[in-house]
Design a protein around this ligand. Sequence first.
Ligand code: ATP
Ligand code: MG
Length: 351
Amino acid sequence: MGVEVRTEGITKSFGSQRIWQDVTLTLPTGEVSALLGPSGTGKSVFLKSLIGLLRPERGSIYIDGTDITTCSNKELYEIRKLFGVLFQDGALFGSMNLYDNVAFPLREHTKKSESDIKKIVMEKLELTGLLGAEGKLPGEISGGMRKRAGLARALVLDPQIILVDEPDSGLDPVRTTYLSQLLIDINAQIDATILIVTHNINLARLVPDNIGMLFRRQLVMFGPREVLLTSDEPVVKQFLNGRMIGPIGMSEEKDETQMAREQALADAGHNHGTEEVEGIIPQMRATPGMPVRQAVQRRRERVRQIMHTLPHSAQVAIQESLDANGDGDTQVIPAYQGAFDTTVRHDLTNG
Ligand SMILES: Nc1ncnc2c1ncn2[C@@H]1O[C@H](COP(=O)(O)OP(=O)(O)OP(=O)(O)O)[C@@H](O)[C@H]1O
Ligand SMILES: [Mg+2]
C-alpha cells in the first residue's frame, strides 16, 4: 500500500529567483492527486523536491513520516526506492533498447535473476501497450511510446509512490484517455500514492481524487477534486476552460489594466477561445474486473471529516457524488461563510 507524502511550508529559490513559497499539502495515502499550473510555475521543481533531487531552503517534506530535508543520505537512498518517477522528458537512456531501459532499475537496485527480471519487464511492457517494441531504441519510437516506456520503467520496482510529470504531453486525445485509465487501474492494482503533474484539463477533470494548483509562487489550492472543479477563483476558471481572459498571460502574469481591457472586449463579443464548461463530470473508475480502488472508501471517510470546512459548491458536488454511489448520509452545511479564501493557501487534506 502507498505511503503519505506531506510538505510543510516549503520554499524553493534558485539564486534570487523565488519559484514557490510556503507550500503545505498532503498527498493522502493511496489516493491519486494532480498538480496543475501554468508553465514555469515550478511543478517539475516541486516533483523533484519530493524525491530529494532538489532541496527547498525552508520547510519539511515527510515521506512516510521521515523528513527527507534533514535525513541522512543513506536514509534518502532507501526512501527513494519507494518511488517510481516518470520525468517530463521521459529520461530514457538513448543507447539502450526499451527492454534494457525498463529492466534498468531492477538490475541496479535488486538481485533478481534475469529470468525474474524478464517476467517483470514483459508484464510492465504489456501493461503500457509496448509488447513487440522491446527491441527498439528510444530514438526509433514515437513520443507517446517513449512516455509509456518511461511509465513502464517507473513501475518495475512496485513503487508505493508514483510521480508522473506531464504523462499526457505529446499524446493524442484517445491515447490520453487510455493513459488516464491506465493510471486509475494501476492505482486500483497497487494502491500507490500517485501525483500527476499535468496541463491536461480533461485528465484533471477525470482522474484525480485531489487537485492542487500552483500560481504566482503560491499553492492557490489543494484539496478534494470537487473544490477546484467548482471553484470561482479566476485563475482556476481560466485554466480549466483554457481561456485567454484571466490572470494567466502568454509569457507573464497580466496586470489589472490589461485584464479590464480584455474583459471589455469579451463583453463586446470578441471570441477569446473555448466556451466555458460548467459542473463536474464523474470521476473515472477502474476497468471492470480490476480490484476495487481501496482509496475510494478511505477518501470517502476523509472527505466526510473535512466536509464542513469546504466551500458550499464543493459540498454540494461531494454530496451528489456520495448520493450517486449510494452513500448519502453526509450533510451539506449551509452555514459555510467563505472561510475558503484562496488568497491564502489551504491544505484541505489535513482534516
Ligand atoms: N536546476 C535549476 N536551476 C535553476 N533554475 C531552475 C532549475 N530548474 C528549474 N528552474 C527554473 O524554475 C522555474 C520553474 O521550472 P519548472 O520546470 O518547475 O516549471 P514547470 O511548472 O514544470 O513548467 P512546465 O509546465 O513548462 O513544465 C523556471 O523558471 C526554471 O527556469
Ligand atoms: Mg514541468
